[in-house]
Design a protein around this ligand. Structure first.
Ligand code: DX5
Ligand code: ZN
Length: 222
């Protein structure tokens, strides 16, 4: 099983964005996690295409784009053109989720769906075969640095059962309050991709923290 560490650039220093991107390039991280917030779906605005283009210009690893926006269908093609490798939309923001997933795939990207803490994994039953990734939010989306919600473990276990014999290659990604203290337990529950903002960027040595996270993924038996 390959485990993914995806530092969230939401917690980077935007005044030194190129420096932070190079840090991730040189580290053992696997993906760049790119949080796009519109101030409507979530009570915060992060950044849009110009910043994403700047990230793409320097990043040598895949961009894992997490869209916390309403009406994502309008922008999927644009995010694909801006360099997204994976696009994840929120279940709660999509009236026609099946259509949105097909749009993402048609744009050439891998398709993911994110679930807010109150949204059960069972609601994905009828699209689970079409997905490359499910992003389980372990905080209410909108901000970095929030406390991890414990019920996430149960949701990961439920999802793991749900994909058995159906889509076993699905990536189960966890986002919010993830760090050295809970990665091992998350792996045991069944997660295989880890987004980390504060846990990486608020440390003295982000590179070393990423390396420690990566070591946890190789030493923990799932
Ligand atoms: C929250 C974002 C997260 C955020 C995680 O809405 O989706 O990706 O950057 O930040 P931490 O790891 O600090 O909780
Ligand atoms: Zn995110």
């Amino acid at each position: 099983m390959k485990y993914i560490i995806a530092p969230s650039i939401l917690s980077a220093d935007f005044g030194n964005l190129q420096r932070d991107i190079e840090m991730i390039n040189q580290s053992e991280a696997d993906w760049f996690h790119v949080d796009v917030m519109d101030g409507v779906f979530v009570p915060n605005i992060s950044f849009g295409f110009p910043v994403m283009a700047a990230v793409k210009k320097h990043a040598i690893k895949p961009l894992d784009v997490h869209l916390m926006i309403v009406e994502p269908d309008k922008y999927i093609e644009d995010f694909a053109k801006a360099g997204a490798d994976r696009i994840t939309v929120h279940y709660e923001a999509c009236t026609h989720l099946h259509r949105t997933i097909q749009l993402i795939k048609a744009s050439g990207c891998k398709a993911g769906v994110a679930l807010n803490p109150h949204t059960p994994v069972t609601l994905l039953q009828d699209v689970i075969e079409d997905l490359d990734l499910v992003l389980i939010m372990s905080v209410n989306p909108g901000f970095g640095g929030q406390a991890f919600i414990h019920n996430t473990y149960k949701k990961i276990k439920d999802l793991k059962v749900m994909i058995q014999g159906v889509n076993e290659n699905l990536i189960i990604e966890v986002d919010g309050g993830v760090g050295l203290q809970n990665i091992a337990t998350l792996i045991t529950a069944g997660a295989n991709a880890f987004v980390a903002g504060n846990a990486v960027f608020a440390t003295d040595s982000p590179t070393q923290t990423i390396s420690q996270m990566k070591s946890l993924t190789t030493s923990t038996i799932s």
